[in-house]
Design a protein. Structure first.
Length: 104
């Protein structure tokens, strides 16, 4: 448990320092437009990678098809721009319905 707390603390401090570096270094560092585009896309790619990993794997094993299909239903719902609560409910209900139907 101690190692988890240390990891969380290190991550929190690192995140804070990175967020603080932006305003402090903004006037000192000039990034090209290409670099800015790559950094913007990198954040999106990282977020999608974490979401896909969470949707497909749990404890190192494939979660089955119900969860990825539920996440997919949530993604499709998001294109119609309902409130976030509705998107989460659509994903959860889809996953639960698939599991109840026997889709593992």
């Amino acid at each position: 448990m101690t190692s988890v707390l240390i990891g969380v603390a290190v991550l929190a401090v690192g995140t804070y320092l990175l967020r603080l570096a932006g305003p402090l270094l903004q006037s000192r560092i000039r990034l090209s437009d290409g670099t800015r585009r790559v950094l913007d896309r990198g954040a999106v790619v990282l977020l999608v990678a974490v979401a896909v990993t969470g949707a497909l794997y749990a404890d190192g094993d494939f979660t089955g098809w119900a969860r990825p299909l539920g996440v997919g239903a949530g993604v499709v719902a998001a294109f119609f721009k309902p409130p976030l609560v509705a998107i989460v409910l659509i994903a959860a209900v889809t996953t639960a319905a698939l599991r109840a139907a026997g889709v593992a």
